[in-house]
Ligand binder design. Structure first.
Ligand code: ASP
Length: 442
């Protein structure tokens, strides 16, 4: 028997209808190592379509407001009925939906309702493939406050999955000790896939979606950007945190701890190799020194000046304490000889900015404090670039040639790892300029 094990996670568009599920059947059957399958809920079949998770949330909203939700429930029934009919299956859909309906009528629970898309999809796909259905309510363990309990999940998942030869696991949710369902953030089925891969020590975690890998830049800004063949976990985390939305950034964390390679693949083009994410580049592989560029608008910059900030008196620590007290996260913090620069998401700052500036003034007595809004933050990564590479300097040079103001720069040590603040109205120009520079590197 072949010992290699692959966990394959299929996203919303890959299970959007019966035709897509037939595609995933071919993908699974073409490689016997794909023994553990994780599924999302059916996503959009066309641009204006509604994801099943959103239909479920609509039902929940109505139910919790005491408004009839029969029409919304019918939409859900139709989506799943189309799938089971299209696959020629007898599936007890009405019984399953009755459970949901009763729970919405008696005690509407948001996470329970939202999770039913993955639950039903996994049950259907398991029955269709003849695999065992695994309900993550048994093995993805949350604490009562809704936080994932990682160690317990790892042990329980391992115990649940290892005895099985083939299984389909519902993504996106789990349960606490009392059996109450909790979901991850939206897009969280990626996390379930990664947890399953870690629990069984898989050789590979495949993440099947509707693009042939991670683009080197946002295709909404750059026309037909290239996909990246190889990248490191760290690069992927940076790029997905900064908005490249192929894989949930938390899914990368657990896989990278266990050094399980992740392969992003396209269900509609299974012949494409996709993007392979691993700790180190395989020997002999040539790679562009600039892996990718991604960014986010809606950033604010807080600048605090005080003579000899870095004299060891703890000024910076006090500053960060103020943020911690307010549970206000920051994107980055740069301390200089006489200044501290903080980049903070504007939406988080909005409700507290006057108070915050006042507290900094009264607690730290700075020489100057300034707030700059309407910035964007761009991450440029390239693990292959060495310390002697001048790619970072040339990226900045390219932006300057384009007349784009560089409002702030943070250069991580060593590899190409730049965070650049530029005015929001030049964000797209900056992304295009950096991507063009990448292409010029070959
Ligand atoms: N179905 C959930 C969502 O739409 C989770 C997922 O697809 O990963 O966000």
């Amino acid at each position: 028997m072949n010992k290699r094990v692959v966990v394959a996670k299929f996203g919303g568009t890959s299970v959007a209808d019966a035709a897509q599920i037939r595609k995933i059947e071919n993908i699974i059957k073409s490689c016997p190592e794909r023994r553990f399958i994780v599924v999302s809920a059916p996503g959009k079949r066309f641009p204006d379509d509604i994801k099943v998770t959103d239909l479920l949330l609509n039902c929940y909203e109505k139910a919790s407001a005491g408004v009839p939700f029969a029409a919304e429930l019918e939409d859900i029934r139709r989506r799943f009925r189309d799938i089971t009919d299209g696959l020629g299956m007898a599936f007890p859909l009405d019984e399953e939906l009755e459970v949901l309906e009763n729970s919405l009528k008696t005690e509407p629970l948001r996470d329970f309702a939202a999770s039913r898309g993955e639950y039903l999809t996994a049950k259907i796909v398991a029955q269709y493939l003849g695999y065992t259905f695994v309900d993550p309510a048994w093995c993805v363990c949350f604490d009562e406050d809704g936080q994932l309990n990682g160690p317990m999940t790892n042990r329980t998942m391992r115990a649940s999955l290892l005895p099985l030869s083939h299984a389909v696991i519902a993504g996106f949710y789990g349960a606490d000790m009392a059996g109450t369902i909790h979901t991850f953030e939206r897009g969280g089925s990626d996390i379930t896939g990664s947890l399953a891969a870690c629990a069984i020590g898989a050789d590979l975690y495949e993440n099947w979606t509707d693009v042939s890998g991670l683009y080197a830049a946002d295709p909404g800004i750059v026309k037909t950007p290239k996909t990246v063949a190889f990248m490191s976990y760290r690069e992927l985390r940076t790029l997905s945190y900064m908005g490249a939305s192929v894989l949930h950034s938390d899914a990368v964390l657990s896989a990278s701890e266990m050094e399980i390679p992740i392969n992003i693949r396209n269900t509609n083009k299974p012949e494409d190799p996709g993007t392979m994410i691993m700790r180190h580049l395989p020997p002999g592989v040539k790679k562009n020194p600039l892996t990718g560029v991604a960014g986010r608008k809606g950033m604010s910059l807080v600048q605090i000046e005080k003579v000899m900030v870095s004299d060891g008196s703890g000024f910076s620590a006090l500053m960060l304490d103020i943020l911690k007290e307010r549970s206000l996260p920051f994107e980055y913090c740069l301390t200089g000889i006489d200044s501290i620069t903080l980049v903070i998401r504007s939406d988080l700052l909005e409700s507290c900015k006057d108070d915050l500036l006042e507290e900094i003034r009264s607690t730290l007595n700075p020489d100057f404090i300034g707030l700059r809004e309407n910035l964007s933050l761009i991450a440029v990564t390239g693990e292959k670039a060495t310390e002697s590479s001048d790619a970072n300097v040339r990226v900045l040079q390219r932006l300057t040639e384009e007349g784009i103001e560089i409002s702030t720069i943070n250069q991580g040590a060593g590899k190409l790892n730049l965070l650049i603040g530029v005015p929001e109205d030049r964000y797209e120009d900056a992304i295009r300029a950096i991507y063009d520079f990448r292409e010029s590197l070959g």
